[in-house]
Each structure stands twice: as structure tokens, then as C-alpha cells.
Design a protein around this ligand. Structure first.
Ligand code: NAD
Ligand code: UGA
Length: 457
């Protein structure tokens, strides 16, 4: 059990908010301050409508907000009183200078760390929770321990493995918690302090202690392996569409092999999310820096396959629409990068919609949670786009339905009724392989589903 402490988290995003909420729930004697420079984001965390949608999060926040969980704009006094500081700021792909388009942009991490050095007391434990390149903790140590004034800090690596949409259940019951620490007495002591927070609800044997470098690299490798499985099954989906094999049947068949397992082999229009692409690009960049060209090319292929999958999905829509979607009403079902989140970062829907807009289609976009972010993603090019929460309005008179997110409701829509109200011939393009393709073909649809041969009338 951790002794009562004051914890500050820098970054009130998809990781900082849920992670601290669950930690605070399970450590009622400690005080958790989730901070950000973005005052609007903090105001939203303190309001009835939280800035992120995540099942189960509202209930926890409502229960402990202003008891031992606080959302505040970052200020020096909070840092001065902190015993532990979590760094949960963004680490996007660099869009400028050396490593542009590949390396992680660590400017937010460095600014956060310099703030910590300036305002925190000596002995504060710095926990690197953002996903960072291997050796970042070493750089952080160099920065914080090299300043005049003689303060000393310990830096731990504690990468986060939660997935959006299931963040609370992932945090409540993690497969593992990873803590990387310096191999010194002080490093081990800091790791034990952090471990005590987790063992308030996580079994001790699930908390893995490693050296800092292994911890940092494990995070990139975990995301690379997961994305690689999606690209592998997506490559096979293309082959299935040329044959009479069905990718869903293949996933089921290979997933029964206990060495392969059933997870992360669902074919799709492509993986999205803020991290898979960014983290693999970062891995590729590190490999290139180390002169490991073949290794870099191997992982780059995971991203190339994902881009190919999105491109060929759009190409098929256009080809089946008699080579033109200009002026046609197309209903987009789903914009989030996966269900149960409002996050649209790197969502395949962005690419698909942008391409269809270029081809002058009239898009009606439906998503139960992500329309706000969709509007931001398509700002400036969306004069022909209608955003709606009404499925009937989205689908009425449409030439085609395009499923881009596997929201549960989309599998169970009344497609016979929708078909009646659509232009004929009516088409459905299922980028998530969630509908019963045969049944829809029987209703009268032309069906193009990822991973099965297109069914044309
Ligand atoms: P996010 O963009 O949602 O949140 C980051 C927040 O940090 C922003 O609100 C920003 O204003 C704030 N910030 C930036 N600099 C700051 C500073 N100096 N002080 C205080 N706040 C500051 O990002 P996210 O999705 O929460 O991701 C954060 C990190 O966690 C990334 O490295 C990401 O790779 C990693 N990660 C994300 C997920 C996920 O599901 N989103 C899962 C695991 C790991
Ligand atoms: C992913 C990892 O699963 C988390 O462990 C990690 O912490 C996180 O990235 C991160 O570092 O940010 P997340 O991106 O939130 O989590 O969601 P996933 O469930 O991994 O899905 C990613 C994308 O892959 C989604 O677009 C999803 O639709 C797609 N996917 C996933 C498939 O197309 N097929 C699958 O079988 C699984």
C-alpha cells in the first residue's frame, strides 16, 4: 500500500485523465492532480461533459472528483508540493526538421521536464508515461540533474498499454504494468514507491520491473506487433477478395491455433488511432539511425500495407460506382478510429472521406460520438458534407453506404428498410466486415465487404 502522497500528472488527455482517475480510485489516501496548460480542456474535465468519451470514465470521475482527484491548470505551486510527477504529454510524429515525418517530437516532454526541474523539490520521482524513443529517460536525467542548485531526481519509465474504448477495463485489470528503473539503490527504491500505487489493485506478479531502456522499447514493440497482426490479416483480405475464401473464416480458423490466438486478426479498412503509425514510424527511424536498414524496411512494410488497404478500399468504391461518385449521396457510417471512443486521430475515415470529397461526392456522415472531431478533421473542405446523428437522414436517398467504424448498432440496422429508401442500384461498402454480406445481397444490395469477393447484382 502506497503511503499518502501528492501526485501531479502533466497532460490531461486520453492517457492522463483515465490513468489518474483509476489510480486515484484505488489509492484514496493520496491526492491526484491532473494538470494541463489547456484551460478549456481542464474546464471540460471539471464539467458534466468530459472532454473524452470512454465507457465507465464518467462514473469514476463523478465519484472522486474534488475528493482525491483534481483537474487544474498547471501551476508552479502544485509542482512544488508533488512527490511523484507523471509526464503524460503528447509525443506526436515530428512535422519539421531532422526526422520530419518519422521521429517522435519530444518538445512537449522536454518543456514538461524543465518545468519539473524548476519547480519540484529534490527527490521528486519523475514518471515517464508518454510513449517515447528508447533512451529518452536518460536524456531527461541529464537535463534535470545537470542544473545548478544540486537537486536530484529519479526517472522511471512506466509506459501505458490501455486501448481507447476499453481504457477503464484495461486500467482496472491490466495484463501487466511495466516499470523501468535505473539499476541503482535509488532507482530500485523509486520503482518500489511507484509499484506500491499499482499493487493497491493489481496483483504484484503483474508488475514487471526492467531496466529503463527495455521498458521504453517494449512499448514501441508492443504497438508494432499489434499493428503487424492487423496488416498481416489485411494483406490476406486482399487475396480473399480475388478468390472464394472469406477472411472472417480464415481469422476464425487461424485464431483457434493457441499459438496465434484470436485477437488482432480482424480485417478492416485499416488501423487508425494516434499511436500505431506514430510509434512504428519512430521504431523505423531508430532502426535507420542504428544502420539497421533491413529491420527498418520490415517494420515500414506494416505501415505501407495499411496505406494500401485504405487506398484500395476507396478505389473499389469508385470502380463499383461506375467510376464516378460526383454528385452522389454517400452515407458514411462511423468516423471514429474504433468504436466506443470519440477519437478520430489517424482514423481511416479521414482518408476515405477526403478522397470521396475530392471525387465530388456528397457525404452524409453519421457517428454517435465523433462528429465534433470529424468536423475539425474535414474543416475547410466540407462544404458538401452533412454531419448527422440521424441514421435515416444519412441513408435516405443515398447511392451507397460506407461502414468505417464497427459501432455495434451498425451490424443490426434494418437494412431491408434502408434499402427501400435508397437510390437503385444500392451499394454497401463494409470496411469493417460487420454485416451479413449474403443477407444484404439477398435484400438486393451490391455488397463489397473487406475480405470477401464483391457481390454484384
Ligand atoms: P493527448 O494529446 O490527448 O494529451 C496530451 C495533453 O498534454 C494535451 O492536453 C496537452 O495540452 C498537454 N500538455 C502538453 N504539454 C504539457 C505540459 N508541459 N504541461 C502540461 N500539459 C501539457 O495525448 P494522449 O493520447 O493522452 O497521449 C499522451 C501520450 O501517451 C503519448 O505519448 C501517447 O503515445 C501515449 N499513449 C497514448 C494512448 C492512447 O490511447 N491515446 C495509449 C498509450 C500511450
Ligand atoms: C493501441 C494498443 O492496443 C494499446 O495497447 C496502446 O496502449 C495504444 O494503441 C497506444 O499506445 O496508444 P488503440 O489504438 O487505442 O490502442 O486501439 P486498438 O484497439 O489497438 O485499435 C487500433 C486500430 O486497429 C483501430 O483502428 C482498430 O479498428 C484496428 N484494428 C484492431 C483492426 O483493424 N483489427 C483488429 O483486429 C484490431
Amino acid at each position: 500500500m502506497a503511503s499518502a502522497k501528492k501526485i501531479v500528472c502533466l497532460g490531461a488527455g486520453y492517457v492522463g485523465g483515465p490513468t489518474m482517475a483509476v489510480m486515484a480510485l484505488n489509492n484514496p489516501d493520496s491526492q491526484f492532480y491532473v494538470t494541463d496548460q489547456n484551460a478549456a480542456r481542464i474546464a471540460a474535465w471539471n464539467s458534466a461533459k468530459l472532454p473524452i468519451f470512454e465507457p465507465g470514465l464518467d462514473a469514476i470521475v463523478e465519484k472522486i472528483r474534488d475528493k482525491n482527484l483534481f483537474f487544474r491548470v498547471i501551476n508552479p505551486t502544485l509542482l512544488a508540493e508533488a512527490d511523484v510527477v507523471f509526464v503524460c504529454v503528447g509525443t506526436p510524429t515530428k512535422d519539421y526538421g531532422e526526422g520530419k515525418g518519422m521521429a517522435a517530437d519530444l518538445q512537449y516532454t522536454e518543456l514538461a521536464v524543465r518545468d519539473i526541474e524548476k519547480h519540484c523539490k529534490s527527490g521528486t520521482i519523475i514518471v515517464e508515461k508518454s510513449t517515447v524513443p528508447v533512451k529518452t529517460a536518460e536524456a531527461i536525467l541529464q537535463i534535470v540533474n545537470a542544473q545548478a542548485g544540486g537537486k536530484r531526481f529519479e526517472v522511471l519509465s512506466n509506459p501505458e498499454f490501455l486501448a481507447e474504448g476499453t481504457a477503464i477495463q484495461d486500467l482496472m485489470n491490466p495484463d501487466r504494468v511495466l516499470i523501468g528503473h535505473a539499476e541503482t539503490n535509488a532507482g530500485v527504491a523509486a520503482a518500489e514507491t511507484l509499484k506500491a500505487f499499482y499493487t493497491a489493485w493489481v496483483k504484484s506478479e503483474r508488475v514487471l520491473l526492467t531496466n529503463v531502456w527495455s521498458s521504453e522499447l517494449s512499448k514501441l514493440v508492443a504497438n508494432a506487433f499489434l499493428a503487424q497482426r492487423v496488416s498481416s490479416i489485411n494483406s490476406i483480405s486482399a487475396l480473399c477478395e480475388k478468390t472464394n475464401a472469406s477472411v472472417r473464416e480464415i481469422s476464425r480458423a487461424i485464431g483457434h491455433d493457441s499459438r496465434i490466438g484470436p485477437k488482432f486478426i480482424e480485417a478492416s479498412v485499416g488501423f487508425g488511432g494516434s499511436c500505431f503509425k506514430k510509434d512504428i514510424l519512430n521504431l523505423v527511424y531508430i532502426c535507420r539511425q542504428q544502420g539497421l536498414t533491413e529491420v527498418a524496411d520490415y517494420w515500414q512494410a506494416v505501415i505501407d500495407m495499411n496505406d494500401y488497404q485504405m487506398r484500395r478500399f476507396v478505389a473499389q468504391i469508385i470502380e463499383m460506382q461506375f467510376n464516378s461518385v460526383a454528385g452522389k449521396k454517400i452515407a458514411i457510417l462511423g468516423f471514429a478510429f474504433k468504436p466506443d471512443t470519440n477519437d478520430t486521430r489517424e482514423s481511416p475515415a479521414i482518408y476515405v472521406c477526403k478522397r470521396l470529397i475530392e471525387e465530388k461526392a456528397q457525404l452524409f456522415i453519421h457517428d454517435p460520438q465523433a462528429l465534433g472531431n470529424a468536423k475539425k478533421d474535414l474543416a475547410g473542405i466540407d462544404s458538401g458534407v452533412t454531419y448527422t446523428l440521424d441514421i435515416d437522414a444519412a441513408t435516405e436517398g443515398a447511392h451507397a453506404l460506407v461502414i468505417l467504424t464497427q459501432w455495434k448498432d451498425y451490424a443490426a440496422l434494418d437494412y431491408a428498410k434502408i434499402f427501400q429508401r435508397m437510390q437503385k442500384p444500392a451499394f454497401i461498402f463494409d470496411g469493417r466486415a460487420i454485416v451479413d454480406a449474403e443477407a444484404l445481397h439477398t435484400i438486393g444490395f451490391n455488397v463489397a465487404q473487406i475480405g470477401v469477393r464483391a457481390m454484384r447484382n
